[in-house]
Design a protein. Structure first.
Lengths: 529, 335
């Protein structure tokens, strides 16, 4: 066969193939999942491939929002003192089956207890399986927060807490809280292959896991017994494509329908391209420069505010984010409830900044700026950002030295209370709750750890501690708005930017919604003929 | 010949130990540790850190860790990946066939074009064809792989739509892969069109990965041929009236092959290095990308195990090359 004939036949085959598989949605993902048990991992890429298609949680985030809606729990009730949360579980929900396992019973309270117990109880046989690291369970303070979990009956579970915690319902919707089958876990333990829980996952979600070819393809089939709205496509394929330019070529060539993370530089031409649709939404994140508020002269709020005025944030958005970001004025992103629209940002004004510094008696200031060695949505190029700030600060007479360390080192060293210099860092929300930003990043408990500004303001801390235990969102909202005003007045950070998330897809894709928490969810996505 | 092979095999032992030590210390010499990388911005408490360090076994002195690693290696146990929690051995052999298949195709491509190009250039020394070929080879050698790959994708997959953009086979084909070699598995699957799809997916990555070896082989063949063509026995052959095809193709090429084979052996290292970029661009699930990801994640067992296995592969290839010298030149065999 001539080369031309081979090529033509092949092309025909693939075109026919795509037509025959009109009900297969192909998603060009950016990387490989670490595994399929979401509780073991922290990467969004892993959650996209595991928790979203395969599993459910007691509560769920409504796609496209940070609002929690019932999931495997039909309803819940928080006791008056906030110390007990009672979940009423959904009945008639079945787990998937695979070659090694067919469930003999429906989902019930035992599965809920097992899903959490394996993460928190060292005696649980699954605690050490697969190198059980349970990062998120620890990171969300579950070991301190959950006193015990009780089974009242097959469909009622009570979480006894050590303190009232309003974000607990949102926490239950997070990926690490995905509900796994105890029956499957027991069967695999008995068969001597407990690692199958991570490698051949069984959940209750809209898609069943079919196969994973490492670093290449993940295949799912629609779960026709799904308890909720069934998936619109018959099968879902993740084509793992690490290079962003290649992902875009694949969308254009019809080899995939949806792609994540386009190159920011390509977005403008994508918007003009035919046969390609680009969606965008602000990401649930914030990038910031944290001063060390315990070291002079940065312990003076006026100095910090003067420095903030010296930063040309628009230039940063244009150069570092190449347009795929927007200026941040608050420590929480605009898609989050309680975001204070009325905040007035420190205007870029080098002259005023210089005068303000002189008024505070600060001259010949030397500042170290720490530039992260990694790329993050909230800061795609920290080194470049630091260089722009270096130029800005030079204009007000501040000399900047840029420093950087290996990522692990960077995170560790930047925690030190006597740290020299201001740190570029950021945060992506986990559960859509303002507490997940304000308490973690700015609370007094975080000093010497996640609070890189080493800023402990009693008034601010009292507000967020109080907000954490109030039962209604409206009551909490008022306190968080007050806290944001204090933050702006005290300026422990220069808030820089929130990223904008882009999704690129073919026009036949229907119903895709950009999820503010960053996941890529295909349960509700269909394909037009 | 047997003695020759045995003596070569003996040199494996110190090399193997050296590689084990280097691969073990190399990743530990890099700053940062896997737990901090895993914890990321969220951080980790000191107690949790200690627990995990104990679980991964690197709270113990380095020499103890090395000893355990070495005894593990000798028993065929390379440990489990910190990240995926799966045995390094399983991961390597799930991915290695993809790299091997691509490397073999790239090498065949380089040989198929490089050898004749070198011979033709040597025979036409100084003429237009020689100059054109050698300039092209220089361009091929100096071209950044990343740029070359994207250029080919944009032209052949994007504009002309002759080849698929990336991957190993069209996604509509789904069959078990007992050997991991897509060309073989696609035939074994019996699915219509699967083999052709696999071949089409191989075209661009093969060209990209084969470009540098092609340039090197063409240049090396040319210079080796030029040397041989100046020898007395060639002049004698010509004087006897032998046909130019016979002189160049049989008498000259066979003797010119020794240095070319050396280059081919050395190119295996280049192929594996090139595979890292080629695999990333073409979403080719091989060991190159796997190793790079693991280095970034400080996944010690994968990096040290992967390096060791790659080194062993390179050693085997070099041994084969050494044996080939013997086949081509009986003088070496008898020495």
């Amino acid at each position: 066969m001539s080369l031309k004939k081979i090529l033509t036949t092949g092309m025909l085959m693939s075109t026919l193939g795509m037509a025959a598989q009109a009900q297969t949605l192909v998603y060009c993902s950016e990387g490989s999942p670490e595994g399929f048990d979401p509780a073991l991992y922290t990467a969004g890429t892993t959650f996209d491939a595991s928790s979203h298609p395969i599993y459910n949680r007691l509560s769920e985030f409504k796609v496209g929002t940070t609002e929690t809606v019932p999931g495997l729990a039909e309803s819940w009730e928080v006791s008056e003192d906030g110390m007990k949360v009672t979940f009423k579980l959904r009945q008639g929900v079945s787990f998937h089956s695979n070659g090694q396992f067919t469930p003999t019973r429906d989902f019930n309270a035992d599965d809920v207890i097992f899903s959490f117990d394996r993460q928190g109880n060292a005696e649980n046989p699954y605690n050490q399986v697969s190198g059980g690291t349970w990062e998120y369970y620890g990171g969300m303070s579950m070991p301190d927060l959950i006193d015990s979990i009780e089974k009242v009956d097959d469909y009622t579970v009570v979480f006894n807490l050590t303190r009232p915690e309003a974000p607990i319902i949102a926490n239950m919707a997070m990926d690490f809280a995905s509900i796994v089958s105890k029956e499957y876990a027991d069967a695999m333990l008995e068969a001597g292959t407990p690692e199958m829980l991570n490698q051949a996952p069984i959940g209750t979600g809209p898609f069943t896991f079919q196969a994973y070819q490492k670093d290449a393809v993940i295949r799912y089939l629609r779960n026709d017994n799904y308890w909720g709205d069934k998936a619109k496509v018959e099968s879902l394929i993740f084509a793992i494509t690490p290079d962003a330019s290649v992902r875009y070529q694949k969308v254009q060539a019809g080899e995939c329908h949806v792609m994540a993370y386009p190159n920011p530089a390509d977005v403008a031409s994508m918007k003009d391209a035919e046969g390609v649709v680009v969606m965008e939404q602000e990401g649930l994140n914030v990038g910031y420069l944290a001063y060390n508020t315990q070291v002079a002269p940065y312990d003076n709020a006026n100095v910090r505010k003067a420095l903030n005025m010296a930063i040309d944030k628009q230039a940063i958005i244009d150069v570092v984010f190449q347009g795929s970001g927007e200026i941040a004025k608050n420590p929480i992103p605009p898609t989050m409830w309680s975001y204070d629209e009325s905040t007035v940002d420190d205007a870029y004004d080098p002259e005023a900044a210089k005068a303000a510094l002189e008024a505070e008696g600060v001259t010949d200031l030397n500042l170290k700026i720490w530039a992260m060695p990694v790329q993050r949505p909230y800061n795609p190029n920290a080194r470049r950002m630091a260089e722009l700030m270096q130029e800005d600060f030079a204009k007000v007479g501040v000399t900047v030295e840029i420093v950087s360390y290996e990522w692990g080192e960077y995170l560790e060293r930047s925690k030190a209370e006597d740290r020299d210099g201001a740190v570029l860092l950021g945060w992506t929300g986990d559960n859509g709750d303002p507490d997940n930003f304000l308490a973690v990043l700015l609370g007094c408990d975080g000093v010497g750890a996640s609070n890189r500004a080493q800023w402990c303001n009693e008034e601010f801390d009292a507000l967020i501690q109080k907000a954490k235990v109030l039962p209604t969102q409206a009551e909490r909202e008022a306190l968080y708005e007050e806290a944001q005003a204090i933050f702006k007045d005290q300026a422990p950070w220069a808030t820089i930017a929130h990223s904008v998330v882009y999704m690129t897809m073919r026009p036949e894709v229907e119903g895709y919604v950009v999820h503010p928490l960053g996941g890529h969810i295909f349960n509700q996505v269909g394909l037009s003929e | 010949m047997l003695n020759y092979v045995l003596s070569r095999l003996l040199t494996f032992v110190p090399t193997f130990i050296g590689v084990t030590l280097i691969s073990f210390s190399f990743i530990r010499a890099l700053p940062g540790d896997p737990i901090m990388v895993m914890a990321g911005e969220r951080g980790i408490s000191d107690e949790r850190y200690a627990e995990l360090a104990a679980q991964f076994g690197y709270d113990r002195p380095v020499y103890v860790q090395f000893w355990e690693y070495l005894t593990g290696v000798l028993q065929g146990d390379l440990g489990n990946s910190f990240v995926t929690k799966r045995p390094v051995w399983d991961e390597f052999f799930a991915l290695f066939p993809a790299t091997l298949e691509l490397s073999i195709c790239a090498m065949l491509f380089a040989l198929a074009l490089g050898l004749p190009a070198g011979v033709i250039a040597a025979v036409n020394r100084g003429k237009f064809f020689d100059r054109a070929l050698m300039s092209t080879a220089l361009v091929g050698y100096s071209m950044p792989i990343f740029w070359w790959a994207l250029l080919l994708i944009i032209v052949f997959s994007g504009n002309l739509q002759w080849t698929p953009v990336s991957g190993r086979i069209d996604l509509l084909y789904y069959f078990p892969d007992p050997t991991g070699f897509m060309l073989i598995d696609s035939i074994a699957s019996g699915q219509k069109g699967a083999f052709i799809s696999a071949v089409r997916h191989l075209i661009l990555p093969t060209i990209v990965l084969g470009t540098i070896p092609l340039a090197v082989i063409a240049r090396q063949t040319r210079s080796a041929m030029l040397e041989v063509l100046g020898e007395d026995y060639i002049r004698t052959a010509r004087a006897k009236g032998m046909s130019p095809g016979r002189i160049n193709g049989i008498h000259a090429l066979r003797n010119a092959l020794i240095p070319v084979i050396t280059v081919i052996g050395l190119s295996v290292g280049t192929l594996l290095a090139g595979a890292i970029l080629t695999e990333t661009i073409f979403s080719w699930p091989g060991i190159g990308k796997w190793m790079v990801d693991s280095i970034f994640r400080r996944d010690y067992p994968v990096v040290q195990g992967g390096l060791l296995l790659i080194a062993v592969m390179v050693m085997i290839v070099n041994l084969t090359v050494d044996m080939l010298y013997g086949v081509i030149n009986p003088k070496i065999r008898k020495r």
